[in-house]
Each structure stands twice: as C-alpha cells, then as structure tokens.
Design a protein around this ligand. Structure first.
Ligand code: URA
Length: 496
C-alpha cells in the first residue's frame, strides 16, 4: 500500500504532482491511501513512512479538457476523500475518455456533488463577505484599510481572491477565514493557506448594512424558505444585517397591510372611461357560468394569474354561442385590451381582410384567445407586447376549455404556437403542424395556421407577400373544412 499525505488546502498542483507520479508508475487507485494533513498541517510534504514512487520525469497525462476545471474545483472541497476520488477518475479516464459523460456513474455523481458544493460556497463568499474599516494609526496617512471575516465550508479563498481584487481594487483589504486568507494592498495580491483567527471587528458600516437591508426588504415578497436557501443561517452570525431578519419576518404582515393602505389609488385615465362605460350598463341578468354570457361575466373578475394586475380588462371570446368554428389566437393586444374585444387591432385587420378575401363571414365564427389578459411591458408611453409564458397559458386554459364545452365547435383553428400549446400541450414547430387537420377530443378537428401578427412582422416585402398567400390558402382550407364538418360533423384526416 502506498500512502501519501497532502496539505490539501485547495492546492491543485500538490495533488497533481503526486497523481502523475502514481499514474506513471501504473499504481492503481486501490493501492493508494491518500491522507489529509488537516488543519494543523505545515508545508506540503510526504510524511515519514509514506511510500511514494520515485520516478524520474513523470510523464504528463492526456486527459479530456473537462477534467481539469472539475478537478481544480473539487480539490477545494474539504472532504478528505476528494484526493482518492480524483485519482480514481483520472485512472478511469485513461481507460475511458468519455467517463465524465456517464452522469449516473457513482464516481461522476460524487464528483459533480462536490463541484456543486464548492461552487455554491464560492458564490456565497462573493455575496456575504462584509468588510469593516480598520482605522489607521494616528498620524499615519495612507489608503483606507478594510478587513473581513468569513467562514467558508471549503478551501475557496485562493480561488475567489482575484474576484475581490477586481471588485475592490482601490482599497486595501484582507479577508480572513479559518481556511486561508487573502490580502490586497493595491499592488500585490497575497494568499495564505493557514487558518486565521477571528478578529474583533465591528464598526459603523454595520449600521449601514442594517439600514440598507431594512430598506430593500420587501415584506410583500417574503418567502422564508427561499430566503433561507439564499442566505443560509450558518452565514448569519457574520452578517450585521442578519440580526434584523427575525423582526422583519415577524412584522411583515403588518407592513404589507400598511403598504396596501398607502398604495397609489389614482388609476390611469382610460380606467375612468372604462369604469364609466361599465357603470352605465345594466347589471347582467343571468350571471350564470353555465352559459357563455355567465362565463364571460365570471371571467371579468379573473385573478388566476398575475396578468390581470396590469391589464385593463379581461378580453373574452365573442361570436355565436353555437358557432361551428372557433378561432383561437394568443392574447389580446394593446387595442383589444382597451376595446375589450378580440382581434380588433392591426392583427385583427389582417385576419378580417383575409377572411373577407376567402369568403368567410367573421360573424359566423367564435373568436377567442388562449390568454384573456394583455401581457405587456411599459416602455415610456408604449405598452410592448410580451408573449405569455407556459404557466399563464395553462391557467387561462380553464376559460378556454369552458368556452369549448359551451360552444361545442366542430372545427378549432389555432393561430400561432401559443394557441397550439393551449389546445394540445404540444410544443412542436408550427411548420410541422400547419395545414394538416388533426383529430381532437370530442370528434372535433384542429387546424393549425400562423398568427396574423407574424405576417405583419416580416420585413422583406417579397417574403411577406408569399406568407400572406400561404395564410390565404390556409383560410381556403378552413373554408373547405367548414363545409365538410357542417355536412358530416366528424373528424377529418385530410381536406381535398
Ligand atoms: N393577437 C391575438 O392573439 N389576439 C388578439 O385578440 C389580438 C392580437
């Protein structure tokens, strides 16, 4: 058995040199006992009694590129088994260069776990190091000096030192930890692998941190689980602001209520207009969700997702309650949001124009959207359309499904990928589905085409004309399908 004892404080070269020797001598992993000198270790070296193969000019080893960064990260881990694990990986990589791609291999799993832990620790260090100013001695003139105490899980100080050098280049600082230290004086970055003692540090910057934290803390966004995952409790003792956390959590509910009471109450101008119009209408006689009217009324108060917060109103579907054909778009746009009706803006104009050219009467169609509220981002005075995400589409499907149940269309036309996803959960390329009638639940037929707003966005005139023509042809297919479903009322597999 060979025994090797390493200092093991995140120094990659000491492990690499030993590993190279063993590998050149063809010594298998199970023949080596890797030892860690631990916290008390002095300089790197093999202990008396350790057997290290004496090799002249150990040859370098050719490993896949992905191994080096992985090994350099893992070597910082504080688990003493990391040396043996790395050597096992190295040994096995010489036989199988694709080893790291086998994600379920136990050695690879263990290595990735260690890598993740070191990365997480490194990330926490960049977030939670808090510098305190160390006053200069009386009469001494010079740059301001700062010191920080941090307690990492792993030997990451050397690894992260250059980050702090770049970030705090114009001040002198020192970061002390039980797993090594770093120091910057404006010219030289020095690191040490030895354990530092915790200094007595407290100054007025603590108060600054606390003020800052108390001000950025939003009680309405309080998620204790997420917060403690981001700022694990073990770091709290060295974070001046952490002492505020229990109180902030305790008072969060009261503060949310206060914030609500103080919230701005002046709505945008167009809200007044809409409110006045709504007030002047008689209350709906039959607010009954068993009817389309009732459903529409119910949808006006929809809060299933957050889109209702910014939108002016719910834009529900419209058309005959027994329409044979239902058209499904994506979501209302700017115009539709203000008018409260689907497809009345620029995309609606394209839609109307092509319907007319094809001889389809819009009045015979039930026209609706996958999502019933306008999603946008305000830029200056403009409201820029944003695509609804999968969660929003899934929540809004509740309304779409009930519209389908009540209208019972024989043919449903999905215009665009969002409509396809809302109706089928499919995320296929639109071009793979387009123009092919497909059977749906309930004996219905689904027909997929592009969204008219896609046509408006095509910059090249020639391409635009071609795509308009294809859209027209889709509408002609839809017209033929309408005749077929009207006469037969069954699912189609093709349209002649
Ligand atoms: N785009 C849509 O998908 N629906 C509308 O109602 C308007 C634009």
């Amino acid at each position: 058995m060979f025994r090797v004892s390493l200092e093991g404080r995140g120094d990659f070269t000491e492990w690499r040199d030993a590993a190279r020797n063993f590998l050149s001598a063809n010594i298998a992993p199970h023949e080596i006992e890797w030892r860690f000198q631990g916290e008390e270790a002095g300089l790197f070296g093999f202990e008396e009694g350790d057997r290290v193969p004496q090799i002249d000019g150990a040859s370098s080893v050719n490993v896949p590129a992905a191994f080096m960064p992985l090994a350099q990260t893992i070597i910082c881990h504080s688990d003493p088994t990391r040396f043996a694990l790395l050597y096992r990986l190295l040994w096995r990589l010489c036989q199988d260069r694709a080893l790291l791609e086998f994600k379920s291999d136990p050695d690879v799993v263990e290595a990735r776990k260690m890598e993740k832990s070191v990365r997480r620790d490194s990330h926490k260090m960049t977030a939670f190091v808090r510098f305190k100013e160390v006053p200069l001695s009386p009469g001494v003139v010079g740059r301001r000096r700062f010191m920080a105490w941090f307690e990492p899980d792993h030997f990451i100080v050397e690894r992260k030192a250059s980050f702090f050098q770049r970030r705090f280049t114009d001040m002198d600082w020192m970061i002390l930890t039980p797993k090594g230290s770093a120091r910057w004086d404006g010219e030289t970055l020095e690191t040490s692998r030895f354990a530092a003692q915790q200094p007595d540090l407290s100054d007025e910057t603590d108060e600054l941190w606390r003020t800052y934290y108390a001000n950025i803390f939003n009680p309405a966004r309080l998620k204790i689980k997420a917060m403690t995952a981001e700022m694990p409790k073990k770091y709290w003792k060295n974070l001046p602001e952490a002492e505020l956390i229990p109180d902030l959590i305790l008072n969060a509910e009261r503060r949310v209520l206060e914030m609500g009471a103080k919230a701005a109450t002046v709505p945008q101008l167009f809200h007044h207009r809409l409110q006045a119009a709504a007030d002047s209408k008689p209350a709906p006689v039959l607010p009954d969700a068993e009817t389309l009217e009732g459903l529409k009324h119910e949808a006006q108060g929809c809060t299933l997702c957050s889109l209702h917060c910014k939108a002016t109103q719910t834009v529900f579907g419209e058309g005959p309650g027994d329409a044979e054909v239902m058209i499904v778009g994506e979501q209302p746009g700017d115009f539709e949001d203000l008018a409260g009706r689907p497809f009345v803006g620029p995309a609606g104009k394209v839609f109307d124009q092509v319907l007319e050219e094809t001889g389809i009467d819009r009045q015979s169609l039930y026209v609706t959207n996958a999502v019933k509220h306008f999603k946008y981002e305000a830029r200056g005075k403009k409201r820029i359309h944003q695509r609804p995400d999968a969660g929003e589409v899934q929540r809004c499907r509740w309304w779409l499904t009930r519209e389908i149940d009540l209208v019972q269309p024989k043919l449903i036309v999905a215009m665009g990928a969002t409509a396809v996803f809302a109706l089928t959960e499919l995320r296929e390329k639109l071009s793979d589905l387009r123009g092919r009638p497909m059977p749906m639940e309930g004996g219905r037929t689904l027909f997929v085409t592009v969204h008219p707003s896609y046509l408006l966005r095509i910059p090249d005139e020639q391409k635009k004309a071609q795509e308009f023509q294809r859209y027209r042809e889709d509408m002609q297919s839809i017209r033929r399908l309408m005749d077929v479903v009207r006469n037969r009322g069954t699912t189609m597999s093709s349209v002649g």
